[in-house]
Design a protein around this ligand. Sequence first.
Ligand SMILES: [Zn+2]
Length: 372
Amino acid sequence: MTVITEASIKELAGFKSSDAPVLSCYLDVDGRKHVRPKEYLLELESLKKKLLVTHKDQDFSADFALMSEHVRTQLDRHGVRGIAMFSCAAKNYWKVIALPVPVANRLSANQSPVVGPLEAIVHELEPLGVLLVDRQRARMFIFQFGEVVERTELFEPLPREYDRRDDASRGSREREQHHIDELAQQHFRHSAEVVFRLFQEKGFGHLSIGATDDVHAALEHHLHPYLRERLAPRIHVPVAASETDIAKAVFEIEHLVEIEREQSMVLKLRDTLGAGSKAVAGLGAVLDRLNERRVATLLISNGFEQSGWSCACGALAVKGPKCPVDGQEMSRVDDVVSDAVDVALLEGAQIVTCEGNADLDVHGRIGALLRY
Ligand SMILES: [Zn+2]
């Protein structure tokens, strides 16, 4: 079983088979939805039937058998909510990736593995750092897949009250207050150090801080610039909150982070489109730029599929059969959008899969920021 990483996705995207199709199957095996394995086995059977409707003349029996066999006997659902299976039996190609999040069911036949859904997941899986802090306590967590994978705590009690029996003079009280503030500042500095150390040791994509406004401002001042760049929306739970309550709030924050990332990329696309020639929108234009290897970032609406054409030279097109690059005869592909994701990954482009982004939908559900 392969672990989902950018590298394993790139490797999948690199497998090509022009004569015998590669089947890509995504199956939701989430135990919360499907208590009995029979439920997703039936789902797999129905996906197979649907594929055969559009590929009447093809024999997928060997691939189908591998998939059923895996789902029936090899699947360990511990911590697994979805699986991705890639099969090209004619070439002895078989890969399975277990996913810690559920996926939309789909089965398709293409010239290479369909990796778009994996790209979307890999970003969702980026760990999130959470720091809950007040003037004397700091709790730091790293969340991944909705669970705590790392936790640490710091407690630096402030003196409750100075003994004022002997000296209640104004100057001394100010000095005392000043001293308490110093201690709190020191605590914020230590907290910021703890966060940075954890960031270096374990890594996380974003940091969400839970604190009052004044504590947040003081702490932000001590944060390493790397961390300041990674600040996510603030988390609203008390420092003493239970891990269950923190996890609930984290779920919201992760969603906000992803939406923000998608929206900022779509806005960048829109601005760049308006400014000149370093962006394109719409499937045809995007494929042309991919053929020229000019795409730096590919933006797609999740679920966007369209049939098209693919050439042995690697070029893709909406209209065929003549290749726009070398004039050869191209072959039809069921989903040229998925092929575009593969090509973009191989060209080293970043992929942004957008969930229900109206701004991208009006631009034809696909767009690209160009290298030049
Ligand atoms: Zn060609």
